[in-house]
Design a protein around this ligand. Sequence first.
Ligand code: GLY
Length: 432
Amino acid sequence: MKRRGLRVLLVGGGGREHALAWKLAQSPRVAKLYAAPGNAGMAGLATCLAIGATDLDGLVRAAREIEADLTVVGPDDPLAQGLVDRLQADGLAAFGPTAAAARIESSKAFAKALMRRAGIPTGRHEVFDEPERAARHISAYFAENPSEPVVLKADGLALGKGVVITPSESEALAAAREMLSGRAFGEAGRRIVVEEYLQGPEVSALAFTDGRHVLPMVGSRDHKRAFDGDQGPNTGGMGTITPVPGYGPELAEEVHRRVLEPAVAALAESGATFVGVLYAGLILTRSGPKVLEFNARFGDPEAQVLARRLDSDLVDVLEACVGGGLSPDAATWGQAAAACVVMASGGYPGPYQKGVPITGVAEAESLEGVVVFHAGTARDDSGRLVTAGGRVLGVSATGADLGAALDQAYAAAERIDFAGAHYRRDIGRTRL
Ligand code: GLY
């Protein structure tokens, strides 16, 4: 019998998933690509199914109905809720960690305990679920470090908002109280990690893993603050670059050896073998790289530059992770550099309007090396492209070096227009 090509279901509907869809659609092995729910940009690459990324019943049913050979899970929530476990229980192949392994992202306390056990460098921290003990610890922290901010993290997933950084003792005490009472972030905040503030430039160190072998990707850097000069509130990420100046092969090897390998080994030892993308968010401190957090998935917008540089067939790499036997040369990287500039709705990360018409995407993509990934976009009743989220588009470009990639991404962003659009002008050029 002639073997048909692969049917792949991609879960999610942001810029990360558009970038993964763009790469998956290039594979000669993929006969049919589905996305759930997908977005307006992915509609040209995949059949979009009206199923939310956290509708686990709907997703498992869809994977069965379309006879998916592989389901690729993009976002954190369905991983934490056990989508991969549910698919596996149905005999369906899935790329991503089980809920037990995804705890490295979905529980900050779990991640810290694992790091302590495995000797992975990270900030000094304590975990609390009792307000009086947390308050005593915070006061002692400020008595010892009067000029250092403290970091409070909700243990659970809080839509990316569960972190408070403050140089003020009274603010820290109030924030701890609000979190632990459940008022700030619901159940996610009823346990908190109180941590020292780590100083230094950030790097995102992502790796593919089959649960035993670890294959690091090229380094990338996100820019999380809303405005130029790293000012303003935190966002999901306003732009990315790869490679990262100052993050050379020696440092990358140190992170491989001291962070990524021990984390994957410790998860396997604990019985929660991690298959998927392990993402270490690092701070390059004066005393070496330290882990700020682990994520259990591709970063967004990191995926938007990594997909642009990956030469290998992504399906081959994902299958090698799921099947075991991931080899050290399974992923090859081309394109010297890539940059991504996120265009956001006016007001983001606060409240913003939806349904605002977008123009200029085709003009932007006519520039050499440019691909525009959609995040919060939709088609209105007359088929016009309109905004539908906070982060609207990721304007990505490749180039002979980082400067060329950035120039091209900015030239492309200038061709795109929607009322209220804002984007940072200093991606890849921030003084650190
Ligand atoms: N870029 C940050 C994240 O994906 O969590």
